[in-house]
Write a protein that binds this ligand. Structure first.
Ligand SMILES: *[C@@H]1O[C@H](CO)[C@@H](O)[C@H](O)[C@H]1NC(C)=O
Ligand SMILES: *[C@@H]1O[C@H](CO)[C@@H](O)[C@H](O)[C@H]1NC(C)=O
Ligand SMILES: CC(=O)N[C@H]1CO[C@H](CO)[C@@H](O)[C@@H]1O
Ligand SMILES: [Zn+2]
Length: 540
């Protein structure tokens, strides 16, 4: 076959040879049919020419395409690589765990199984070194509604939650009958009050010490219970925590009951003649100190000296499975790490993912992390966790990301203390860029308390994050810009047993998890991250 010997065609030879039938037919053709042969070789030339033109066309197309404006998908591939369905699969696993643990993923119940799930996913599909950081956490449980009755001398049985309440971490449960009362006024200046031994101390909260300090002093002076009277501007009793905010192993906890009563109940206690006044209190509560842990996934690539921490909390309250709160944050950060591993993301700055334990008991996991790394306070399990505090450039916090009646909220960086403010404002802008680019409505919300960014900003590390709201009501104005239901809570199942998969807003989850992915991948790729965070003026 001449055409096959022709050097011009050698490249196409395999292509033509593979059409074996053509060769067989030409061989069976009568000899001397020169016209047919000529015709055949022309058709092969045509085929070759077509191929060349086709290749040229593809090349030209690619060149033209390259000069066109790139799509959002090309510019933000990490966002598009993240699958909301996979996040939902993790949430289904969390729910399954909660169902097997008395409908909860709290420190005592289900947190460990949730953590095992995260660790097994990271081991199988993640890209990091995994550390567990153990610590002790006090866990508060109310077993039965408390009782409070006062004889002055006529007996009044007060209504739980309307007139009085046991304060959180307020004691180990006790039955007290016919006790006398000691009015101590300002709970902080107990040295100046008389004998409280064996009596129920009725005190006013004060600004000169914490509730815990006042109550604990009264306990040490022998009081059998403490009753804090609320000021008149509050209608309901308080359920505030009577415990050191940053409790650590070895710190004291209350043993005697601590109650909060409304102003009007307090009036009666303070004005009734002390000789005739007797009080019965019954509480059924406990504080157990249990071991729990943080899970850390320390990236193997990127500059360790400019580490980006990506945190979320894994535990739920004891009262419910916590699928939005805060399963939605921890499932999203898990899928972000797995996605980055799958697409072989090599960050310029090292990424450390953290799943905090005991958040619902007062941010104890993230506080323990800061105490051990920033302040060198070690417990008996302390060991290498693969990170040093001075290497941490910033913290991103993802808590609830899928509230059913959500508003997209971005933390206000200006709320951070002065030494973390510029960086926190910079992080805020990164999140805002995402919402502006997609034309999604969002609001700025405070960054003062309530989640695991606290120990970071308190120790000078800039922080930021997004969230979708909890028990607060949506206003009519907010409804017109964000949709959903006005005069309803952003999450009616907040801290309740109905916080299940049905409580997840998939649109919110999609937008917010991608906002998280955008911030993580963007900040992980900033060169000179610390300079970038330190810049005090920037254009949007
Ligand atoms: C499960 O929850 C119920 C109701 O809150 C409680 O009475 C029970 O003791 C719990 N069981 C366990 C094993 O925690
Ligand atoms: C952010 O916080 C600062 C200071 O705490 C406050 O002045 C400002 O109004 C807040 N911004 C928004 C949009 O809420
Ligand atoms: C964003 C958000 O509402 N997070 C919640 C997670 O749980 C803690 C502890 O209960 C709340 O204080 C946070 O508000
Ligand atoms: Zn919560």
């Amino acid at each position: 076959m001449s055409s096959l010997e022709d050097p011009i065609h050698t490249d196409e030879a395999p292509l033509l040879r593979s059409t074996a039938n053509t060769a067989d037919i030409s061989r069976s053709r009568p000899q001397g049919s020169r016209i047919a042969e000529w015709y055949e070789s022309r058709s092969r030339d045509m085929l070759a020419l077509t191929t060349v033109l086709l290749l040229l066309g593809i090349g030209l197309g690619m060149w033209v395409y390259g000069t066109l404006p790139t799509s959002d998908r090309d510019e933000h591939p990490h966002e598009y690589a993240l699958s909301t369905d996979r996040i939902r699969d993790h949430l289904a696993q969390f729910l399954d765990i909660a169902n097997k643990h008395n409908s909860s993923r709290s420190v005592t119940n289900g947190h460990a199984a949730s953590a095992e799930y995260v660790v097994s996913q990271l081991k199988a599909h993640g890209d990091c070194d995994i550390y567990k950081q153990s610590f002790m956490s006090p866990v508060w449980t109310v077993h039965k509604a408390p009782r409070l009755s006062v004889k002055a001398p006529v007996q009044i049985d007060y209504l739980h939650e309307t007139d009085f309440q046991v304060m959180r971490y307020g004691g180990q449960g006790a039955t007290i009958e016919g006790a006398r009362v000691a009015i101590v006024g300002d709970g902080c200046v107990v040295d100046r009050v008389g004998d409280v031994d064996g009596k129920i101390a009725v005190a006013r909260p004060s600004t000169s010490c914490s509730l815990f300090e006042a109550a604990f002093m009264l306990e040490q002076k022998g009081a059998s219970a403490v009753v804090f009277v609320r000021s008149a501007r509050f209608k309901a009793p308080s359920a505030a925590r009577v415990r050191f905010a940053d409790w650590k192993e070895g710190d004291p906890l209350m043993t005697i009951p601590v109650l909060s009563v409304t102003h009007s109940v307090g009036q009666l206690l303070q004005t009734a003649p002390a000789s005739k006044l007797r009080i019965d209190i019954e509480t059924s509560t406990s504080i157990d100190v249990v071991k729990t842990f943080n899970v850390l996934c320390v990236g193997r690539s990127g500059d360790a000296h400019s580490t980006v921490v990506v945190g979320s909390h894994l535990d739920s309250v004891a009262a419910g499975p916590g699928i939005n709160d805060n399963g939605s944050g921890s499932a999203s950060t898990l899928e972000i790490q797995l996605t980055l591993a799958r697409i072989k993301f090599r960050p310029h700055n090292r990424l450390v993912f953290a799943w905090w334990g005991a958040e619902e008991d007062g941010l104890l996991g993230s506080r323990h992390f800061a105490r051990e790394l920033a302040h060198g306070w070690k417990n008996r399990w302390a060991g290498d966790v693969g990170v040093r505090w001075e290497d941490i450039a910033l913290d991103l916090n993802f808590d609830m990301l899928a509230s059913p009646n959500y508003i997209a909220l971005v933390h206000n960086g200006t709320d951070a203390p002065a030494n973390a403010r510029a960086g926190s404002r910079r992080i805020q802008r990164v999140f805002e860029d995402y919402f502006v680019r997609h034309d999604y409505p969002y609001e700025i919300t405070d960054m003062l308390a309530g989640s695991d960014f606290v120990p970071f900003v308190q120790n000078g590390v800039p922080a930021g994050g997004v969230l979708t709201g909890a028990g607060e009501l949506k206003s009519i104005a907010e409804r017109s810009s964000h949709g959903g239901l006005a005069n309803a809570a952003l999450d009616t199942c907040y801290h309740r047993d109905c916080d299940t998969l049905l409580n997840i807003n998939m649109v919110a989850l999609d937008r917010m998890s991608k906002a998280a992915m955008y911030a993580v991948s963007t900040l992980a790729n900033v060169h000179g991250l610390r300079d970038y965070l330190g810049r005090t003026s920037f254009t949007h």
